[in-house]
Ligand binder design. Structure first.
Ligand code: ADP
Length: 268
């Protein structure tokens, strides 16, 4: 997955054919890994100039916003919004490509990680969310940075896709299943996902029609899916009976990557 959905078309046999026109197109996996390497390099190299531009815009705002008036402030705000989108997209592309690298496994405290994510969102959300946590959050063998990215994204979306001006109400719960994997759920009371879209929200660059007006790149859940599947788990979404969405994922509590993929047919 990935190469066919890559939004920029590479004609003919792709990157390799430009260097060596008579070469046969590379096998799909080689082609995909070349594209991913390109994504890592491109997004990594974009980070520094973006950080420089951001720093200079901040300086312009601090030095001139008061003296140059309203129109200048509006223009600056438009540049900042565009820059923010570009920075988010660059970070998302980098994480997306990095999710394919070797996992850096350690014993991770899910409970500590959930506490950290909640604390971060309590500080950054414009209206602090109301988050409750229930169930058993055990230690799991996982790549801490990547697993944290998943939790961060699911909680971030639950906050973001809540109607403006209202505090997000989020329930995080977890339980160890009989096959030894842990099932984590993040349920919200937000705008919800239409039933027809639910199977597609994990595809890259896919955004639902009802989320127009909410900022986003459509990459976050595709990254989460790749990360969870790399850990041998599964991820999905269904309707929250209380209104809103209920995202869930599983991760094995045994050695990561050693077992068969966790098959979830029915979880509720
Ligand atoms: P982004 O949020 O950057 O657009 P994601 O990949 O995280 O990208 O999500 C894909 C789409 O799924 C979103 O654009 C939105 O339409 C929908 N979505 C994700 N999470 C939620 C949620 N908690 N509530 C409602 N819709 C959601």
């Amino acid at each position: 997955p990935g190469a066919r959905r890559f939004p920029y078309s590479l004609s003919g046999g792709g990157l390799r054919s430009r260097r060596c026109r008579w070469a046969r197109p590379p096998a799909a996996s080689e082609h995909e890994s070349e594209l991913r390497a390109l994504m890592v390099m491109a997004s990594h190299d974009l980070k520094n100039p973006l950080a420089t531009i951001t720093a200079h815009i901040e300086m312009l705002r601090a030095d001139y916003a008061d003296t140059l008036g309203e129109a200048f402030g509006r223009d600056l705000a438009a540049i900042e919004r565009g820059l923010h989108r570009l920075t988010t997209l660059t970070q998302d592309l980098l994480t997306y490509a990095k999710a394919d690298h070797t996992l850096s496994l350690a014993t991770v405290s899910l409970s500590g990680m959930v506490d950290d994510v909640i604390a971060d969102h309590a500080v950054t959300a414009s209206t602090p969310p109301e988050i409750t946590v229930t169930g058993t959050l055990p230690d799991v063998p996982a790549d801490a940075a990547l697993l944290r990215h998943v939790l961060d994204n699911l909680v971030g979306n639950a906050v973001k896709y809540t109607r403006p001006g209202t505090a997000a109400r989020i329930e995080i719960s977890a339980r160890v299943r009989t096959n030894g994997s842990v099932l984590v759920e993040v349920a919200d009371r937000g705008i919800g996902i239409p039933a027809a879209d639910r199977s597609q929200v994990f595809d890259s660059f896919r955004r639902c029609a009802n989320s127009t007006g909410y900022p986003g790149t459509g990459l976050g859940l595709a990254i989460c899916k790749r990360i969870i599947e790399r850990h041998g788990g599964r991820i999905g979404v269904d309707e929250n009976p209380g209104g809103g969405s209920r995202f869930w994922f599983t991760v094995p509590t045994g050695p990561a990557g050693s077992g068969k993929p966790d098959i979830v047919t029915a979880i509720h």
